[in-house]
Design a protein around this ligand. Sequence first.
Ligand SMILES: [Zn+2]
Length: 284
Amino acid sequence: MTRLGVDVGGTYIKWVLLDEDEVVSTGTVPTPPTPDETMTFVASLAARRVESIGIGLPGHVDRETGTALFVPNPPGNWDGYPVGARLGELTGTPVAVVNDARAFGLAELLLGAARGLPDVLFAVLGTGVGGAVALRGGILVGPRDNVGEIGHVTVAPWGPDCCCGNRGCVETFAGAPGIVRAFGSGPPEAVAEAARAGDGRAQGVLSRAGWALGIALGDAAAFFGVSTVVVGGGVAGALDLMRSALNTELERRRPLIGDIAVLPAVLGPMAGAIGAALYGRRSG
Ligand SMILES: [Zn+2]
C-alpha cells in the first residue's frame, strides 16, 4: 500500500507517494490561497487510495489533535486550523500532522545522510531556518512539535529583527531573505554564484551565514551531546561557501563538543514530503 506525504510551504506544496521506503511518484504545485483549498487538493491526491497521509507544516502543530498552532508563512489563516480532522473527514484516511523540519529530520535519519546514526542534529536552510534533534534513533517532538528550532538561536542580540519577535537569530543571517538582504540582490543561488566567481562581498555574506550557523550548531552540540549534523534545504547548496566560518566556530568549542561531522543532506527537495509520509505510516 502507498503512503502520501505532503510538505506545505509558503510558496509551493510538494508531495510524494511512498511504497514502503521507495518514492514512486512526486509533484509540486503552488500553495493554494487558503487552508481549505489546500485540504481539498491533498484530498484529491489521496483519492488514489493511500493507506495514510502525513502533512508537514512550516510551524508549530499539536500532533495529538492534528491542529495547526503557529504557521505564519503559507497563505491564509492556519492558526487553529483543524488540519487532521478536516483531511480525515474528506478522505477517511489516518492523518499525521507534523512540523516540516522534523519531517525533514526523520527522512534524512531513516533514509538519508544520517541513516543508521542514532544521535544527530538537523538544520534546514530555506526561507526560514528549521531544525530537528534525533536522540537514540528518534526525532524529539515536544508539546507543540517545537523541539529543535535552531534557526531562532540568538547569535547577535543587536542584529536584524526576526519574524519570531527576537533579534539577530541564525535565520536572519542564514535564511534566504537574510542572505539576499545582506548582499543587496538575489536569489541566494546568485549570491553563491557571485561568491564562487570571487566576489568578496558575496563571500562575506555567506561566510557570515556560516558563522551564525556554526554558533548555533556548536551550542546545540553542547546542549544535546551529539557529534553529527545534517544540513539541507535550498540554501544548503552554498554550504561549501559557509564551511570555513562554520568550522571555526565548531573548532573553538572542540574541547567541549569534540569532533563534529557536518554532512550535506542527500534526499533533495522532497525530503520534507518523504518525512511526512514516514510519519503518516507510523500512525497508519
Ligand atoms: Zn527568530
